[in-house]
Design a protein around this ligand. Structure first.
Ligand SMILES: [Zn+2]
Length: 155
């Protein structure tokens, strides 16, 4: 299961600087979306890039360094990298992140990241007499993890 932090990063775009923080597979540092979604779960094996690799790990001596493409999506990625995306460079500073979505959604996500949404488990924690079950599906406790990862109504 994705950690909440990774879930949030799906909704941010990343501008690559030195490529030492941005996740190769999970951050949106190309306009192709998350590469693990584009290439698929066998991506790390196909491209010989570990699941926890940083963008800089896909370069060698300042150039993109990927094995010969063995799928259409891998080829699409290679063309995009070579044509449009300069390799990470120490002179460009740290990788930076921007919200991709509307501010209201981003604010809700920011609250969730900080574990601040008034979910029923928190309301009960404050002494309020509310049911603990999920308002949307009535299955399971209404917690951040439930709303974001397991509630059938919000997925
Ligand atoms: Zn639910």
């Amino acid at each position: 299961m994705l950690q909440l932090k990774e879930y949030v990063r799906e909704f941010m775009s990343c501008e690559v600087g030195d490529g030492r923080f941005a996740s190769f597979w999970f951050d949106n540092w190309t306009d192709l979306g998350q590469l693990i979604t584009l290439i698929g779960d066998n991506g790390p094996r196909l491209l010989r890039i570990r699941l926890d690799a940083r963008v800089a790990d896909a370069t060698r001596l300042g150039s993109w360094h990927l094995p010969a493409a063995r799928s259409d999506s891998a080829q699409e990625l290679q063309i995009r990298l070579i044509d449009d995306i300069p390799p990470p460079n120490l002179n460009r500073g740290s990788d930076s992140f921007l919200w991709r979505h509307v501010p209201r959604f981003s604010f809700a996500t920011w609250l969730a990241l900080r574990n601040r949404l008034p979910t029923r488990d928190r309301l009960r924690g404050w002494g309020m007499d509310v049911p603990s079950s999920c308002l949307l599906c009535s299955n399971g406790l209404e917690t951040h993890d439930h709303l974001f990862f397991s509630c059938p109504f919000s997925l």
